[in-house]
Design a protein around this ligand. Structure first.
Ligand SMILES: Nc1ncnc2c1ncn2[C@@H]1O[C@H](COP(=O)(O)OP(=O)(O)O)[C@@H](O)[C@H]1O
Ligand SMILES: [Mg+2]
Length: 241
């Protein structure tokens, strides 16, 4: 499988607190990879490293074989534009309606207005958001807010989609919908997905592969069934919690 994203020897500490101690993994094209681990193990920091929001102390991040950072240490904006993120809790702008939230990402793009409108209409359909265009954020249920957050990222057509705890704090029905959406985004747009979660059930349902972070290292990497069969203490503690 051709790797789309490669993480090599990534290291990150905050002061004396080591978050990652040289972790490495790769994600193949079209793959859904989940990253699990206890709260505070650095899952969100990992996504922020990949999105260029927090700079790692050491190691490299390659997208399609190209380093996210240029030789002078600057972020390569073109590489960054290949990635999209759904933040925990969707993080929408309350002052904007659904249209404004989804168009936000496109506003600064040089794309012509017809293309912007075509893309907007496209994501509205694929995410079942027709009729919500002029609703304000406060009028939306949690599930619809997630869809709008997803639409805002998808409209930029990222090759890699990152999800931070997409099913945390939502009811089981919405969690099911969110999981189906992650799989549909892959189907429709051929996206590669990285899903950070502590929801084992969701991770097992949607993932091709799961990695587990613990104590600054990747202590497990395998398929959902391999995870369930693992006898590693850290894994069994986490799975049966
Ligand atoms: N910007 C930051 N500055 C200092 N410490 C941080 C920062 N971001 C995260 N941390 C710390 O890094 C650790 C990992 O955080 P996080 O990635 O949010 O965990 P997770 O998402 O796995 O629950 C936590 O101990 C957190 O307090
Ligand atoms: Mg987190």
């Amino acid at each position: 499988m051709k790797p789309v994203l490669e993480i090599e020897n990534l290291g990150k500490s905050f002061g004396t607190k080591v978050i990652f101690d040289r972790i490495s993994f790769a994600v193949g094209q079209n793959e859904v990879l989940s990253v699990i681990g206890q709260s505070g193990t650095g899952k969100s920091v990992l996504l922020k490293n990949i999105m260029g929001i927090i700079k790692p102390d050491s190691g490299s991040i390659f997208v399609n074989g190209k380093n996210l950072y240029t030789n002078s240490g600057e972020i390569d904006r073109e590489i960054l534009s290949k990635m999209g993120i759904l933040f925990q809790g969707a993080a929408l702008f309350d002052s904007l309606d659904v249209y404004g939230n989804i168009m936000f990402g496109l506003e600064r793009s040089k794309m012509d207005i017809m293309e912007k409108k075509r893309r907007f209409s496209d994501v509205l359909n694929s995410l079942g958001l027709r009729g919500y265009e002029s609703k304000s954020v406060s009028e939306l249920s949690g599930g619809i807010q997630k869809r709008v957050g997803l639409a805002r990222a998808i409209v930029l057509k990222p090759e890699i989609m990152l999800y931070d705890e997409p099913t945390t704090g939502v009811d089981p029905i919405t969690a099911g919908v969110v999981n189906s959406l992650i799989l549909r985004m892959r189907e429709i747009y051929g996206m590669t997905s990285i899903v950070v979660t502590h929801d084992i059930e969701s991770a097992c349902r949607i993932s091709d592969r799961i990695i587990m972070l613990h104590g600054g290292n990747i202590i497990f990497s395998g398929t959902p069934s391999e995870l369930m069969e693992s006898t590693l203490e850290e894994v069994t503690d986490f799975v049966r919690r």
